[in-house]
Design a binder for this molecule. Structure first.
Ligand SMILES: C[S@@+](CC[C@H](N)C(=O)[O-])C[C@H]1O[C@@H](n2cnc3c(N)ncnc32)[C@H](O)[C@@H]1O
Length: 288
């Protein structure tokens, strides 16, 4: 195995706990083809997938794909692309694989990967997506570096993290549910409004309120990471126009409607603040 395919970052007890948790909880749960079709018509990343000008048969990686919902929505939006979903939860991957088979997806692949030990080709993907994942992993900053390495030069990197102001109301509900033993779950905005099945409600509840590990990151931190890894920022959900206080306040007013998640999209431009990443980028350019 070439050295640049192997990125071992060590394992910890917490990894095992998170892995066990996501074996039981297959996020976002069990979905139907109707839900995937409906979502692909109104997909929050659809503009980005169009605007990103991905080439024909573009290669996409979803890192931490869970039970493959987003992977299948993207595979429906663009039938020509090849999308690979990776995760370390066997239960989630099994559901995703069966779903692809039952619904005739020929442009999806699923693979068991621990993001702490990525063995995937560098400079290979036109788009790398990792949303709602890094905050569950301790020592996740080097994983972000490695994910950026997997994107081609000029490839797109999409990252979703919990925002501290956006998640403030979730943290209050976490305390409330701890005190009440999980009563009155309807106070969660998604459980109240999404009309999910009992299984999807339970999965969301566990992921948001009974998770073994989570961490919040501000948009400024993610912007710093993008700069350090040579990713130029293009867009954000919710929109970010450079006003930090207004962004914080806007995230606060959303009352944790998406669990306080915010998502950045950027492109790999080759201007790194991180010397190691610059070396690896220069090397990859010489190889082209
Ligand atoms: C909240 S779910 C997000 C799923 C998907 N990205 C989505 O937005 O629907 C987090 C996923 O990250 C995966 N995960 C957490 N730590 C991981 C690791 N070290 N390696 C691989 N997958 C991991 C979990 O198994 C879980 O499926």
């Amino acid at each position: 195995m070439p050295e640049n395919y192997r990125r071992r970052l060590g394992t910890h007890g917490m990894d095992k706990e998170v892995s066990k948790f996501y074996h039981k909880i297959q996020f976002p749960g069990h979905y139907t083809q109707n839900e995937v079709m409906k979502k692909s018509e109104d997909f929050f990343l659809a503009d980005w997938i169009r605007l990103a000008n991905l080439p024909f048969k573009a290669k996409i990686l979803e890192a931490g794909c869970g039970s493959g919902y987003t992977t299948h929505v993207i595979a429906t939006c663009r039938r020509d692309i090849e999308i690979t979903g990776v995760d370390f939860s066997e239960g989630s991957l099994e559901f995703a694989q069966n779903f692809s088979k039952q619904n005739n997806y020929h442009n999806t692949k699923f693979q068991k990967v621990n993001l702490k030990d990525i063995q995937l080709p560098e400079n290979h993907y036109d788009m790398v997506i990792c949303s709602g994942v890094l905050m569950a992993i301790d020592n996740h900053r080097p994983i972000f570096t490695n994910l950026c390495k997997l994107a081609k030069n000029n490839g797109v990197v999409i990252i979703g993290l919990y925002h501290p102001w956006g998640r403030f109301s979730t943290h209050l509900r976490q305390i409330f549910f701890k005190m009440t033993g999980g009563r009155m779950r309807w106070i969660d905005p998604r459980i109240r409004t999404e009309g999910w099945t009992a299984e999807r409600n339970e999965t969301w509840y566990m992921d948001q309120y009974a998770h073994p590990r989570e961490e919040d990151h501000s948009h400024k931190t993610l912007m710093k990471w993008y700069n350090e890894e040579g990713i130029s920022f293009n867009d954000a959900i919710p929109k970010y126009d450079g006003g930090d206080l207004t962004y914080n306040l806007y995230m606060l007013t959303r009352m944790g409607s998406q669990g306080g998640l915010f998502i950045f999209m950027g492109r790999k431009n080759g201007k790194f603040k991180n010397a190691d990443s610059q070396k690896s980028y220069n090397k990859s350019k010489n190889l082209r």
